[in-house]
Design a protein around this ligand. Structure first.
Ligand SMILES: *[C@@H]1O[C@H](CO)[C@@H](O)[C@H](O)[C@H]1NC(C)=O
Ligand SMILES: *[C@@H]1O[C@H](CO)[C@@H](O)[C@H](O)[C@H]1NC(C)=O
Ligand SMILES: *[C@@H]1O[C@H](CO)[C@@H](O)[C@H](O)[C@H]1NC(C)=O
Length: 200
């Protein structure tokens, strides 16, 4: 009987330990309540495009979402809102920003000066928060345009090459023709001279 009892006690100890461990894990998970998912952290865009800075969060209750813009010239607040309520958009981005309940924002008709770092912070009402960054590159020239220019230049080069070889061939022909004519002329004059000789 004795060995069995100690065995049971040991088992109890292990269960209690496991329970305590589970509780601490649960507490830890709860304290970092906000999680943020950013599917694309670098975005390449061209001038005049509408850009979606896409994120998704999960947390307890309704959080506060804030977007800031950081560039070489400093940090600027873009927008702050609680999903379901009106967004507070800064003067610098009035009429240029749309907000979504999942925390994403859309920038309308971006310019080169919109390039930079966009930092989103999701703050739970309990105080815990999480932030993420999206880098936006806005370039002036459309890549399709560049492609078109390259194709156009290649076409021009091909046409030029064909023209040059045609000119070369023509030149050769003309030269040969001229030589033939000169030869013929010489023969003719020779004949004429002969004829004149005969007449004389
Ligand atoms: C954006 O452009 C850079 C070069 O300017 C390139 O290295 C990067 O892969 C591009 N990213 C995407 C998502 O197209
Ligand atoms: C957030 O919502 C917008 C609009 O409904 C959607 O286009 C976007 O894909 C969402 N983002 C994520 C990461 O699910
Ligand atoms: C909007 O933001 C500005 C500056 O961040 C602040 O002064 C103002 O009180 C905010 N308005 C609302 C309705 O939250």
């Amino acid at each position: 009987m004795r060995p069995l009892r100690t065995g049971q006690r040991k088992h109890h100890g292990v269960s209690l330990g496991f329970l305590a461990l589970s509780l601490t894990t649960a507490c830890c998970l709860q304290s970092q309540g906000v999680s943020l998912y950013i599917p694309q952290s670098t975005i390449n865009a061209t001038v005049k495009e509408d850009i979606l800075l896409s994120v998704e969060y999960s947390c307890h209750g309704v959080p506060t979402i804030e977007w800031k813009y950081t560039s070489n010239w400093g940090v600027q607040k873009i927008v702050e809102w609680k999903p379901g309520a009106q967004a507070n958009i800064s003067q610098s981005h009035k009429d240029r920003v749309g907000t979504f309940d999942n925390g994403s924002i859309q920038l309308f008709s971006v310019g080169v000066r919109d390039s930079g770092y966009y930092v989103v912070t999701v703050t739970e009402h309990l105080g815990s928060s999480q932030f993420g960054t999206i880098v936006l590159h806005v370039s002036e020239i459309l890549y399709e345009d560049l492609h078109f220019v390259a194709v156009f230049l290649a076409l021009l080069a091909a046409v030029a090459a064909v023209l040059i070889s045609l000119m070369w061939v023509c030149n050769k022909c003309a030269y040969k023709f001229q030589r033939k004519r000169r030869h013929k002329l010489k023969e003719n004059t020779a004949e004429e001279i002969e004829l004149q000789d005969v007449e004389c």
